[in-house]
Design a protein around this ligand. Structure first.
Ligand code: PEP
Ligand code: MN
Length: 353
């Protein structure tokens, strides 16, 4: 739908508009509105170049695309009935899935990770997280250690839990695929790295691998997030999970600006399950249960939470934001109860969308 700035376009403006849409094989239908005439595009109006050309005309206010810019992630796409699983564990579809574990695996202290892994299982967690490679603001900070991959895989052996770790480049991706990591995490810093998103989509095609895509701290529009997921799914593997984790802070107090509320907007637009990350959002262990329960109230399909048996002796984010196993166990119980309570509201929302 094309919305002009003024009540009417001049015949010359209308002719120019028609010639542009004609180049893309699209006819224009003029609709006389109450306050101004608007133009419906008949045909596939999703061509990004077409929209940019029209938006560039000085007499046009905006273009509203009726169809979503994404084809695969849309709720009415043929993928809508796809069930996302991580090594057999279903995510979404009524279940509340919890991924938990260390921000960063300490290669000097594998036992701490094995103890946390057992505690995550005991607390009711479904997937074990452990950072092997870490995106750090300073190049002088600990960047992770590939030896930690062996620790992660050993913890999977011991607990039987599927494992999640972040990959930041193609070389790490290959190591993680070789180790058969169940869930690949794309971090907030790489959620806009389209080259990496495409490469991951290409490499996981035909594999059982699932991708957990964090929302970039710099993303604004909800569709920008969904389109990043579309890049991965376009490679051919639709095992994708969307993870709000807070955006750049606009106030003091929290590490990021909490964004668990966008869960309902995602649920209206896409079929993909939403696992909220309260840890990076609020950035402090004592705040995490509040954000986690809020996420459940907003209809999340689960959580990814940093947890540690001994946070004070952890590394990376663990000393400040990892919850202890007892807090994790209560948080999981409470979040599952809220999730159950909210099911009716979520179903109603989705039915209206
Ligand atoms: C993490 O999960 O430890 C992490 C670095 O997350 P994010 O990419 O959301 O900052
Ligand atoms: Mn972290």
């Amino acid at each position: 739908m094309i919305i002009p700035k003024e009540r009417q376009l001049t015949p010359e403006e209308e002719a120019e508009l028609k010639s542009i849409t004609g180049e893309f094989g699209i006819d224009l239908q003029k609709i006389h509105g109450e306050t101004r005439s608007i133009y419906a595009m008949l045909g596939d109006e999703r061509d990004a170049l077409l929209i940019k050309r029209i938006e560039g005309l000085e007499y046009i206010d905006r273009v509203d695309t009726i169809m979503r810019p994404y084809k695969l992630m849309a709720k009415d796409s043929e993928l809508a009935n796809h069930r996302v699983r991580v090594n057999g564990v279903e995510i979404g579809n009524g279940r509340f899935t919890v991924v938990a574990g260390h921000c960063t695996i300490d290669p000097k202290n594998p036992n701490a990770f094995y103890e946390t892994a057992a505690a995550v299982k005991e607390a009711g967690g479904d997937v074990l997280r452990g950072g092997v490679w870490k995106p750090r603001t300073s190049p002088h900070s600990f960047q992770g250690d590939h030896k930690s991959m062996d620790i992660l895989i050993e913890a999977r052996e011991r607990t039987g839990l599927p494992v999640d770790t972040e990959v930041m480049d193609a070389a790490q991706l290959e190591v993680a695929l070789e180790a058969r990591v169940d869930m690949l995490q794309i971090g907030a810093r790489n959620a806009l790295n389209y080259g990496l998103l495409k490469e991951i989509g290409r490499r996981i095609k035909g594999r059982p691998t699932t991708v957990l895509l964090k929302r970039s701290m710099h993303m604004g529009k909800i569709d920008e997030f969904i389109l990043a997921a579309e890049y991965i799914v376009a490679g051919g593997n639709p095992n994708i999970v969307l993870t709000p984790r807070g955006t750049v802070p606009t106030m003091d107090g929290f590490r990021n600006h909490p964004d668990e509320s966008i869960t309902i907007l995602l649920k209206e637009r896409t079929w993909a399950p939403v696992l909220v990350d309260p840890s990076h959002s609020v950035g402090k262990a004592s705040y995490v249960p509040f954000a986690a329960l809020a996420a459940a109230a907003y209809g999340a399909d689960g959580l990814i939470v940093e947890a540690h048996v001994d946070p004070r002796h952890g590394i990376g984010d663990d000393p400040k934001q990892a919850v202890t196993p007892d807090v994790l166990a209560k948080l999981i119980r409470d979040a599952r109860a809220i999730h159950e309570m909210q099911r009716g509201h979520v179903e109603h929302l989705v039915a209206l969308a």
